[in-house]
Design a protein around this ligand. Structure first.
Ligand code: ATP
Length: 286
């Protein structure tokens, strides 16, 4: 597999907080999911890779461009589509006007070619029918897709998406996933999310971050497999479980080291994720 994004030893401190602590990774084409609890460092990592903020230490390249030089930074930004955690757009703009504005910022100066590109990305994000409707009249899911369309302008090879499915209802999330999956067919996509189903359904690869470090790097199946034989049901709360929660059926689902004779359950990616957060930080790969 061709490596498209490569980072080594990325570190960044905010005062006393180590937001990134020696992060190294290699990405290839397709969608890679980035999971981690609040404050894990996901947004900081995405901001560094999007050249929005420089790391204190470490280096990285995107599609061969090194942001340490002014020219490399410029080339990298031409290959970048970034959907930040809180995208801002003027509510009175239409999707067409907003994406056209972003296209101008991305140096698409020929008006006819730019308008063709704007229509193309609006189609790709499933927004053709509402391209003339004011953004303030669109649903949250459609607004997210407007932000995604803006990130797709100029056909960037590297897409950085920070929690794009947050706040979407299940149907909107499905449609959004379809658009991301399509975008990932021929691009490198790094997708931060709190939704383990996003990762299970979309990603060929998953990274788990906690405390500024990468705690897991492997396939979704490998993350799920971490919980094999470590998930069980019980009628009451099991004090020996690392985590346990009441299910809709009234019993408890537990992860950890099951007691003798426990009623074992099929693990999910979420179980593997929870056990990874609880595990040894030195165990990085599957
Ligand atoms: N601009 C900043 N100034 C000071 N501290 C910051 C700043 N940005 C982030 N941090 C701190 O750095 C750490 C990592 O934050 P970051 O936003 O990268 O985490 P995250 O994994 O994206 O979290 P979330 O899932 O809540 O979005 C946190 O402890 C956060 O409080």
């Amino acid at each position: 597999m061709t490596v498209t994004v490569s980072a080594s030893g990325l570190s960044l401190r905010y005062g006393g907080t180590r937001a990134l602590d020696e992060v190294s990774l290699r990405l290839s084409r397709g969608v890679t999911g980035l999971l981690g609890p609040n404050g894990a460092g996901k947004t900081t990592l995405l901001r560094v890779l999007a050249t929005a903020v420089p790391a204190d230490r470490g280096a990285f390249t995107v599609l061969g461009h090194d942001p340490a030089t002014a020219r490399g930074r410029q080339e990298l930004r031409r290959e970048l589509g970034y959907l930040p955690q809180t995208p801002g757009f003027h509510p009175d703009f239409t999707p067409f006007a907003f994406v056209d504005y972003v296209a101008i910022l991305k140096e698409l100066t020929d008006r006819a070619a730019r308008h063709r590109e704007v229509r193309r990305v609006l189609d790709e994000a499933d927004l053709a029918e509402v391209r003339g409707t004011r953004i303030k009249k669109l649903s949250g899911g459609m607004r997210q897709r407007v932000a995604l369309a803006a990130a797709l302008v100029g056909d960037p090879g590297f897409l950085v998406l920070d929690e794009p499915t947050v706040g979407l209802d299940p149907e909107q999330r499905m449609r959004f996933r379809e658009v991301i999956a399509r975008a990932g067919e021929d691009r490198t996509v790094l997708l931060s999310t709190h939704q383990t189903e996003d990762v299970a359904m979309l990603c060929h690869r998953v990274l788990v971050m906690a405390g500024g470090r990468i705690r897991f790097d492997g396939t979704p199946a490998e993350l799920t497999a971490r919980a094999a034989g470590r998930v069980w049901s019980s009628t009451g709360r099991d004090p020996g479980a690392k985590a346990g929660w009441r299910t809709g059926a009234g019993g408890f689902r537990n992860v950890g080291d099951p007691p003798e004779g426990a009623d074992l359950l099929e693990p999910t990616l979420e179980d593997g994720y929870l056990l990874t957060l609880d595990g040894d930080p030195a165990e990085v790969t599957a």
